[in-house]
Each structure stands twice: as C-alpha cells, then as structure tokens.
Design a protein around this ligand. Structure first.
Ligand code: HEM
Length: 505
C-alpha cells in the first residue's frame, strides 16, 4: 500500500505531467497555426507576450510589422495574425464573409448589446445605409455653426488654462479630449444637450476608453471602483442623457423646428418615412418615396447609436487634434501658411465664421490635415476576428476564431509611396502625388465597416484649426518624451503635449 508521502508525490507527478502536456500541446498548436508566417519560434509557455500586451509599446508594433507581411503572436489561447502588407490589409477589411470587427467583450456592456456596430452582413449594411445621409454636404453644412461656437469657447479655455499655470507649459492632451467631446456632443445634439451635460461627459468620457483594456479582471464590471465599473457608470449616464436629447429632438421637430445637428437630420428622415408610409397605407399612389426610407427608432435606440458615434470619434479625433497642435507649433512655416490661407478666405476679417464653401476652398489647410492623418494616423490597426478559416494568401490560411489585424500605419508610412514618410510635408498633397495614392490611404479603414465620418473629419478639423490659428498663438515645449509615442487606444505624445497658449493680438 502506498504511504501518504508516496501518494502526495504521485499527485504532484500527475499534476506536473498534466501541466507539461498542456504546455506541449499549446506549443505545438501555436507552431501549427503559425505555419510559414513570421512570429516567435516558441511561445512563452501558455501566456505568450501577455505583459507586453498590457502595456503596448509603439516600437514593438513597428518591429512586428517589419518582421513580415504577415506575422503572428499568441497570448493565452488567442492566436493573433497581423497583416502589415497594404494589399493583405485591404483583403481583411473587405472580406466580411471571413472576418468581422472584433471588439473586447466589455465593449458590448458599454455600448449596448444590441448596438448597430455589432451587426454583421445585411443587417449592418441596411442600418448603416440609414446613417450615411447624415454625412452629406448639406447635412454637414448645418453642423458647422455649432462647431464654430464650441471652438470659440475652447479658444478661451486654452488661454485660461495656460494663464492659470502662470504661462508655463502644461499638458494639453486632456483639454483637447474635452474639446473634441464638446464638439461631438454639440454636433450630434445641438442645443438639446445642456452645457452642464457636455462638461460632465467631456470630463468623464476617457473613463469609458480606460475601461476597455485588452485584459481586465473577471467580473470587474461589478466590482466598485475598478476601471470597468467606472466606465460602465459613465456609459449608462451618457446613454440616459442622449436618450433624453432624442426625446427633446422629436418634440422640437414635431413642432416644426429646422434641422441643425445630426440627431435632427436622422429624426427628420424617420418622420418623413412615417408620413410616406401613412400615405401609402391610405392608398395614395403618388406619394413620393423619401430618399432615406427608415423605420422610427426609439429614444433609447437613437441615444445608443449616437453613443457609438461618440465612442468611435473621441479617441481618434483627440489624438489627431493633439498631434496637430504639437506639430504646428514645431513648424511655424506651416502654421503661417495656414493662417494666411484662412485669413484670405475670410477676406481679412478673422472673426468671420467658417462655412462649408470656405472649408472646401482651403487647399493648404486640407493638405496639412491629410498629412497629419498620414504622419500620425490615430488608428494604427483595426482588430478583426475570423468567422471561418480565411485563406489570406496562397500559402497561408488564418485559422477560424483567430484575431486578424489589418494595419493602417505601414501603408501610410511606405517610403515607396510617400517619400521620406517620417517627414511632415503637407506639400506632398499639393505638388506631389500623395493624393493619387488612394489604396494606401487607410486612415479610415476600408470596406463595409470603414469610417462613417471619413469626409466629416477633415472638414471639422479644418474648421477648428483655421479658427484657432487666427485667434491664438501657441508654443510647444520639447521634453525628452515629446516625440515618444504612447498607445492609449490611439497614439499620443508620451508627455501629453506640453504647450502654452496666448491670445493673438
Ligand atoms: C480622426 C478621426 C477618425 C479616425 C482616424 C477614424 C478612423 C476609423 C477607422 C479606422 C474605423 C474602422 C474602419 C474599418 O474597420 O474598416 C472607423 C470606424 C467608424 N468610425 Fe471613425 N474615425 C474618426 C472619427 C470618427 C467620427 C468623428 C465619427 C462619428 C461622427 C466616426 C464614426 C465611426 C463609426 C460609426 C465607425 C464604425 C463603422 C461601421 O462599423 O460600419 N469616426 N473609424
């Protein structure tokens, strides 16, 4: 009969053998899934590069992209394939039959389990078709007066923030996040949203991003004061606020109000569609079909959809704004030309508000914005997940259930397409051939999920930078980490962008 000691030792042997078997199985599975593509020759047992995933470094992404057109890593059970090659990235973006956008599980709790961005295939395409008309020229022109007002308010806040800091440099990334949040809230909801609510959302919204780390403690959504718990609290409050705004919008339009914000245009289309359906039901054969025939959405659904807009825009727009201010301060030659162009467009009257024709007739300012989005693309890649084995090349099939990540950055920094890609050179859009390189322009993704706001973003950035450039001066204070890139959902300067703003005389 085995003694107690022997039994203990047998148990340990069994446990050790089991762990070893799992490690070997995991290693073999990794090598099998890796196949011929680039990637570590062995996986760190079970966990993979988990610690690096917790604190992603931009340089690590650069190295990974440089390792091959397709490369892989495996973190825990997850197998991840990165596509750095432009054409392979396009293939992932445009293969909805094989891969769909992949969001961290918590995103559904924050955005809403039924939010439209989680729809796929026809259901997604149909929902999206109803939203596309919110970004036509006519609709966008009506959003600009509210944007002009927000930018005006933030010109004062930027100067006040520097004055409160005794004219010493301080980080401005936080205030740029706030500015973008305010811009979005007013563009989405006009005056239906109170100044208090805008301020509250602007103050808190970064907690929603912070909640969506790649890896979170299990059940942390329910554990008070964890990041996910805080993020969910903020998200719930914003959902409720947005639903109230939707109700106010319906009441205003029913009373004959004219559309001046995104929700106005959307609800107007719902109302026109209702009227059309009523006329058809009443037997009218001549009723004119509205161009955007959609169903009536509840206040909560409208709030939820506009929340997805805020979520999609907030980090990317804040990243772009932060780099724009940093780079323009470093490049007075560029800023001077932006100022001169914007002043000329206002016939010398710098207080003249911007409008759509003006923003479309600013070739240099638009070149600066395109170059900024190319030079420092806010979204460097977009995670997708395969729904079945995905034959990405003749030699390699991404396994089902793997993450496959089309990268935007390498195509935007390809020296064969954009010579000296690390140099910020707006003129490449005017006298060079950058404009013709549409296949490399992956700033807004591609395919059925590409950014709904790809035309709206440059327009609203042009409005913002033109006005601020005419009203304010600002200087950048170089620190050892100004050019180091921090990855917080999108890219930011590591030191938070150290600036000083003053009013321009
Ligand atoms: C600098 C600013 C922005 C950048 C760089 C950016 C970039 C992107 C990218 C790369 C995607 C994923 C595309 C894909 O999977 O193919 C995306 C999706 C999306 N973006 Fe943007 N975006 C910006 C601002 C905005 C703004 C201001 C809004 C709304 C007003 C917005 C709304 C959306 C939506 C709704 C989606 C998901 C579309 C879908 O799934 O059908 N984005 N964006």
């Amino acid at each position: 009969m085995a003694t107690l000691e022997e039994e203990k030792s047998q148990t340990w042997q069994l446990v050790a053998t089991l762990i070893l078997a799992i490690v070997i199985y995991d290693q073999i599975r990794y090598l099998y899934r890796k196949g011929s593509i680039a990637g570590p020759r062995f996986k760190i047992p079970l966990v993979g590069p988990f610690l690096q995933a917790l604190h992603p470094r931009f340089e690590a992404y650069l190295a990974q992209w440089a390792s091959g057109p397709l490369s892989c890593v495996s973190v825990f059970h997850k197998f991840i394939v990165l596509a750095s090659d432009r054409d392979l990235a396009h293939k992932v973006f445009k293969s909805p039959g094989y891969a769909e956008p992949c969001i961290v599980p918590l995103a559904k709790d924050l955005l809403g389990h039924k939010a439209w961005v989680f729809l796929q295939g026809r259901a997604h395409a149909e929902y999206r078709r109803g939203l596309t008309p919110l970004f036509t020229n006519r609709a966008m022109a009506s959003y600009l007066p509210a944007q002009e007002q927000v930018v005006g308010e933030y010109c004062k806040k930027l100067v006040a923030a520097s004055a409160a800091n005794d004219g010493q440099p301080r980080e401005f990334m936080t205030l740029f996040r706030e500015l973008n949040c305010a811009l979005s809230c007013r563009t989405f909801f006009g005056d239906y949203i109170s100044q208090d609510a805008v301020q509250r959302i602007a103050d808190d919204f970064y907690l929603v991003t912070a909640a969506l780390e790649l890896v979170n403690m299990p059940f942390s959504l329910y554990i008070p004061y964890t990041k996910p718990w805080r993020g969910k609290k903020i998200a719930d409050a914003v959902h409720a606020e947005f639903a109230q705004c939707a109700a106010a919008c319906k009441a205003n339009l029913a009373a004959g109000g004219t559309p001046s914000c995104i929700v106005d245009h959307w609800v107007l289309h719902m109302m026109e569609s209702e009227r059309y359906r009523a006329r058809v039901a009443a037997g009218e054969t001549e009723a004119e079909k509205p161009s955007n025939l959609i169903r009536m959405f509840s206040d909560e659904e409208i709030g939820e959809t506009l929340f997805t807009f805020l979520f999609a825009s907030q980090d990317a727009s804040s990243s772009a704004t932060t780099w724009l201010f940093q780079i323009l301060a470093q490049r007075p030659d560029v800023l001077d030309r932006v100022r001169a162009e914007n002043l000329a467009a206002r016939a010398g009257d710098r207080s003249k508000p911007f409008d759509l024709p003006m923003l479309e007739a600013l070739p240099y300012t638009n070149a600066v914005i395109k170059e900024l989005l190319r030079h420092r693309p806010p979204v460097i890649f977009v995670p997708y997940q395969t729904t079945k084995p995905f034959p990405l090349t003749a030699d390699y099939t991404v396994p089902r259930g793997a993450m496959v990540i089309p990268s935007c950055y390498p195509a935007l920094h390809d020296p064969a397409v954009y010579p000296d890609p690390d140099v910020f050179d707006p003129d490449r859009w005017l006298s060079g051939d950058a404009e013709a390189q549409t296949r490399n322009w992956l700033v807004f993704g591609a395919g059925p999920h590409d950014c709904l706001a790809r035309r709206y973003v440059p327009l609203s950035m042009a409005g913002m930078i033109g006005k601020v450039a005419l009203e304010l001066d600002w200087t950048h204070h170089e620190t050892p980490t100004s050019e180091e890139i921090r990855v917080f959902a999108t890219l930011f300067p590591m030191d938070g962008c150290q600036l000083v703003f003053t009013t321009r005389r």
